[in-house]
Structure formats: C-alpha cells, structure tokens
Design a protein around this ligand. Sequence first.
Ligand SMILES: [Zn+2]
Length: 241
Amino acid sequence: MEENGQSAVDVPNKFNGIEIKSREKDDPLAQVCWHGPTGEFLVSREEAEELTRRAQIRADALKKKEKEEWLASAGGQLCMKFWSAFREYQDFLLENPQARHMAMGLNDEYYDEHKLFEEGLKVMATYADERAETRRKSLEKAKKSARCQHLHVSGEQCGSPKMRGRKLCYMHERMEEGRNATLDLGPMEDPDSIQVAIRKLQGAIIDGKLGPRQVGQLAYTIQLAAWNVTRTTRLTADQSG
Ligand SMILES: [Zn+2]
C-alpha cells in the first residue's frame, strides 16, 4: 500500500493534523480497538473519536466526488436533463391544471409518458417520507447514545449527558470508579500499621471512594487484624516471660 502523497479521500488517519498510529498492546493508552476502512488501530478513546470523525469526513468527501463524477458522465448528463424536464413539467401542471386532461387519450387512459410522470411523483413522495423517517431515527439514536448508558432499576436510561469518550455521566462514572476501587490498607501487623490502615480507610470514606458495603468489609478486616495483633503480642510476651 502507498504510504505517502495520498489525498484526504484515500487515507482517513493522515490529514488535518497529527497522524494517529496504532499503539503497542501494553501501552496504557491502548484503550480501544478501532475498526476502520484501512484496518484496525489500538488507540486511546480520544484518538478513536478523532478517527471516527476523520472517517466521516472521508466518507462525505468520497460521496461528493462520486456524485460529481457521475454528473460529469454522459449518462449523468442525460439523466439530469430528464430530471429537469420532469421538474419543469411538474411546475407547468401546477400552474396549468387543465393541461392534465390533454395528457389523456380517448380511452380515458393517460399516455405512457404522463403515466410514468404520475408514477414518478408517487415514488418521489415515498422516498421523501423514507428519508425523513431515517433522519428522525438517526437523530433519536444520536440523542440516546449521547446520554449516559446507566440504566435505572426501572429500566429507564439515565438522562444526563455522558462524559466525552466515556459511556457514563459524571456521577455514574464516579460511582463505577468507586465500585472498582480497591484500597490497599497495608500490612497491619502491629498497632502502628493498623493505625495507618484506619487512617487510610477514613480518608477513602471522606473522599467518597467506597460504597457502604466496602467500608463494612474493610472495617471488619481491620478489626480482625487488631484482634490478631493483641493475641500474637500476648503470645510473644508469654513466651519471652
Ligand atoms: Zn448517569
């Protein structure tokens, strides 16, 4: 594959600033595997967003280029002539409704060319409806995906906007972090290190890093350690005495 000198249309990850390269597997910023037209990229969430944005620009540019090429072709030019005559006839009939009668033969049937026009109008109306429906749906989808993905117990989606590059809103992101947080209380082998553990736990509670269940469990482990230390201290004292 050619690496340099290609246009924006050909290479989505090489224009508009910095080139985004695939990261190594052990890179902490290799958070997302982004699948694009030119392959897979291990990238950060922000880079994945940027790649998606660039891919969209590329797709739009490609679409525009293809349309222009078609319009410039012999078939495209004929078709556009047909299209503008269609529009002209439509406008004419709107201004001269009685002219429609003349498009009908003696057997009370429209001439084929007018029949084609009438069918064309119907198809155009259906297309317009379908396009409006697609637009409405994708708008709805965009609105939904811009929202925090947390589901309440009722099954309803959280209404807050999600954080950039994240799935959740600020509050639910914090809650999720808290749930995954582990607190290293240290060795807890003597009264001093137990005191350190207690201070760590207090700090984490004040910072709101832990849920009530975790606080309970950690407090219990400190209790156990404290009980164990008094027991072992007594044993050692007995042995040496
Ligand atoms: Zn939320």
